[in-house]
Structure formats: structure tokens, C-alpha cells
Design a protein around this ligand. Structure first.
Ligand code: FAD
Ligand code: NAP
Length: 339
């Protein structure tokens, strides 16, 4: 039996700490809850928004429709061989709890994604990524329900059209589905990924030569805790913009004026630029104006120091986009979902 709440503040439900409200709010404990809402006609012709941990959203006004908060739980092994396990995790599981579940059992593949806030259900949405690993590397299947009809859909990995911080769920199917669970293939013979300099430096400092996935997970938690703002203390939604992917010709042009340009060539021939570096070159790092600002340790993260409105944040984002456009002729795309 669902419990429908009215006129609820969303402040505790978004890590930016924006004080917007929802006209209706309901927790989804199982797909039966969603089916009940559909059968009652409650989703028909009404705005709706699925919310996990609220760590990748920015509310710029009150939400006039219904917010469906995913709280369904469960982690189960579906299949197991000598090499791998297939694990199904429910959408409402906290991502970090799932990472710890895997790390404790020495199941490899998601340890580099340690301490990313939010829920399992959102992990395919922007194909979460960190330290050289993306969710797409281990996601085998996404189970979803159509919000208008309740019809079940199963998306195999290639059907999710994963890209850099992107997927079909963030594009064509945005707002159409509720992801109910995700199936991951985790390795029983983990291969450690230490591509990122920050990981290698920490391993060296600690004198760890043959790290376990537990070592990697713990080390990443330490690095992230030291560098990133804790949303419980300072409102933020992580990186506000995506790192832009440009072609080699654009890199050559930029390097003539900016020889220190930070570049990461991609397998498809494009080149990833560090958006944080571009923003820093425009002198935004550490900027603060009343309640909004740019984090002093990572220029990609916009922050709400206390009671900023979503409109103040989006206005700052617009100013940053404009100065990056003027200086580098590059359009920064927002990573955060704005409502
Ligand atoms: P929400 O913010 O609740 O939702 C995000 C979007 O997904 C919304 O559009 C929502 O409608 C939709 N959605 C959520 N759940 C479902 C569902 N079950 N079905 C359908 N749609 C759904 N991201 C990274 O990729 N890498 C990082 O390293 C990283 N670090 C971060 C660090 C900090 C401090 C913060 C605050 C954020 C960080 N993020 C990072 C961003 C964010 O944590 C991730 O994108 C995360 O996956 C969002 O999960 P969530 O449950 O909070 O999603
Ligand atoms: P960082 O290590 O200071 O690196 C800055 C940028 O350079 C990152 O955006 C990263 O791209 C890129 N980069 C660094 N080393 C690279 C390598 N060896 N190969 C390819 N690209 C490389 O970044 P940070 O801010 O401390 O974050 C560390 C990791 O956590 C990054 O992977 C970042 O994406 C992730 N993170 C994400 C969010 C979010 O909200 N999306 C928030 C905080 C941290 P990538 O971003 O593509 O990895």
C-alpha cells in the first residue's frame, strides 16, 4: 500500500541542499508500488520525477508533479562460475553499500567507483565513472518499468547506448522509465586499475606494491574524502559540467595559445579536456558570491554554501559557461540534471 505525501520539502532529498518542494511525494519499495500508482491513474497526465539519492539533480523551482523516490532493496547472486558472479542489485540500494558488499567478497570491477553518492538505480543513467572505470564495464543488464504503462523492459548492455557520462536513459528515454534493478558482472579474479595518477601516488606513499581491491577502495575513499566537498557540510552535486570531448584539430589550435592544456586522448580518436582546468583558467576556482561558489579544490564543482536557490546556482553555471566559451570557444555541457 503506497503512502502519498503532499507538499514535501525536497531539501533533505537533494545533495545540493536546495529548498524546493514537491506537490506529491511517494516512496517506491517495489515494482508493485509503481503498478498501484499507474492503476490508480495517478501518473496519467501528471509531471513525474524519479529520485534516487538526489546527488545529480538541481531544482530551480518547486516540482509541481509527483516525485517517486526509489527505496527498493536487495542484492542477489544470479549466476556464478569460477571466473565471475552475476549480481542483481535493486535500484534503491545505496551505491556505496553495494560497492562494499562486492569488496568484502573480493568481487572486482566497481572498487574504483567507491564513495560515489547516490543509488544503484542511477548508476546506468549517466554511466557513472571515476578513476578510469565506468559502470558500463560491469553492467550486463538493466531492468526497468515503463512509467505510463508499467510494462517491463530489459536492456542488455549494448542497448543502453552507454557513452561518456551518458546513456539512452539520460537521452531518448529520459523520464520514461523507472530503473528497478541492475545486473552486474563482477570478477572473481580482479584486475586492478591504477591508471589514474592520484591512485598510483597514494599507493607509492603507502608502500603498497600489490594492492587488493579492498586497498584500492579504501584509498579512493581517502582521496575523495580529502578532496571533495561533503554534501552533508556543503551542498553540491559533484561535477557540474562534463569534460568536453574535442577533435585533434581543436587541440592543436588551443595548444598554440595554451601550451599547458590538459589533454586525454580517447580510443575513438577524440580528446578529452579537463573541464575543471578550463574553468580554473577563467579564474573561477574558489569564487564565492553570497551563498554560491566554485569549490576551492575542484573547479568543476559548484557549491551551495547554505541557502542558495537553484536559480542562483544555474545563473553562476551560465556565467562560467560563457567565460569558457569566450576564452576557449568550447561549450561546457551540464552533467547535473536540472529541474
Ligand atoms: P539522482 O540524483 O537521484 O538522479 C539523477 C538522475 O537520474 C535524475 O534525472 C533522476 O530522475 C534519474 N534517476 C535516478 N534514479 C532513477 C531510477 N531508478 N530510474 C530512472 N531514473 C532515475 N558521478 C560520477 O559519475 N562519478 C563520480 O565520481 C561522482 N562523484 C560525485 C561526488 C559527489 C560529492 C557528488 C555529490 C556527486 C557525484 N557524482 C558522481 C554524481 C552522482 O553521485 C551520480 O551521478 C549518481 O549516480 C547519482 O545517483 P542518485 O541516486 O543520487 O541520482
Ligand atoms: P583529477 O584526478 O584531478 O583529474 C581531473 C580530470 O582529468 C578528471 O576529470 C579526469 O577525467 C581526467 N583524468 C585524470 N587522470 C586521467 C587519466 N589517467 N586518464 C584519463 N583522464 C584522466 O579528478 P578529480 O576531480 O580528483 O576526480 C577523480 C575522479 O573522480 C575522476 O575520475 C572524476 O571523474 C571522478 N569524480 C566525478 C565527479 C562527478 O560528479 N562526475 C565528482 C568527483 C569526482 P574523468 O572525469 O573522465 O575521470
Amino acid at each position: 500500500m503506497i503512502s502519498l505525501l503532499e507538499n514535501i520539502s525536497l531539501k533533505p532529498f537533494n545533495t545540493f541542499g536546495i529548498d524546493a518542494s514537491a506537490r506529491y511525494f511517494v516512496e517506491i519499495h517495489s515494482d508493485a508500488d509503481l503498478q498501484e500508482l499507474i492503476a490508480d491513474g495517478f501518473l496519467k497526465n501528471r509531471l513525474h520525477l524519479i529520485l534516487g539519492g538526489g546527488s545529480n539533480v538541481l531544482f530551480t523551482s518547486d516540482f509541481q508533479g509527483i516525485v517517486l523516490k526509489t527505496v527498493q532493496k536487495g542484492i542477489a547472486i544470479l549466476e556464478e562460475t569460477a571466473e565471475y558472479v552475476w549480481v542483481e542489485a535493486a535500484a534503491g540500494e545505496v551505491w556505496q553499500d553495494f560497492v562494499l558488499w562486492a569488496v568484502e567478497r573480493n568481487y572486482g570491477g566497481i572498487e574504483n567507483l567507491s564513495l560515489i553518492p547516490g543509488c544503484v538505480g542511477a548508476s546506468p543513467i549517466q554511466n557513472i565513472g571515476a578513476y578510469g572505470v565506468e559502470a558500463k564495464d560491469t553492467i550486463r543488464r538493466v531492468n526497468a518499468l515503463e512509467l505510463r504503462t508499467g510494462k517491463k523492459h530489459v536492456f542488455e548492455n549494448r542497448e543502453c547506448r552507454f557513452g561518456y557520462r551518458d546513456s539512452i536513459f539520460k537521452k531518448e528515454l529520459k523520464g520514461e522509465l523507472m530503473i528497478d534493478s541492475v545486473v552486474f558482472e563482477l570478477s572473481k579474479n580482479p584486475v586492478i586499475n591504477t591508471d589514474y595518477g592520484a591512485i598510483r601516488n597514494e599507493l607509492e606513499k603507502k608502500g603498497i606494491k600489490n594492492p587488493s581491491i579492498k586497498d584500492i577502495s579504501e584509498l579512493i575513499c581517502e582521496i575523495r574524502t580529502a578532496k571533495l566537498p561533503d554534501p552533508a557540510a556543503i551542498g553540491n552535486a559533484g561535477s557540474f559540467f562534463k569534460n568536453p570531448l574535442v577533435n585533434a584539430q581543436k587541440v592543436d589550435e588551443l595548444k598554440q595559445t595554451y601550451p599547458n592544456l590538459v589533454t586525454y586522448p580517447q580510443p575513438d580518436g577524440t580528446v578529452k579536456l579537463a573541464a575543471g582546468w578550463l574553468i580554473e583558467q577563467c579564474n573561477w576556482k574558489g569564487y564565492k558570491n553570497n551563498q554560491v561558489g566554485v569549490h576551492p579544490k575542484q573547479a568543476l564543482i559548484l557549491v551551495n554554501y547554505q541557502n542558495a536557490s537553484g536559480l542562483e546556482v544555474i545563473s553562476l553555471a551560465g556565467e562560467i559557461q560563457q567565460s569558457v566559451r569566450e576564452k576557449f570557444a568550447i561549450d561546457l555541457e551540464m552533467e547535473v540534471n536540472v529541474y
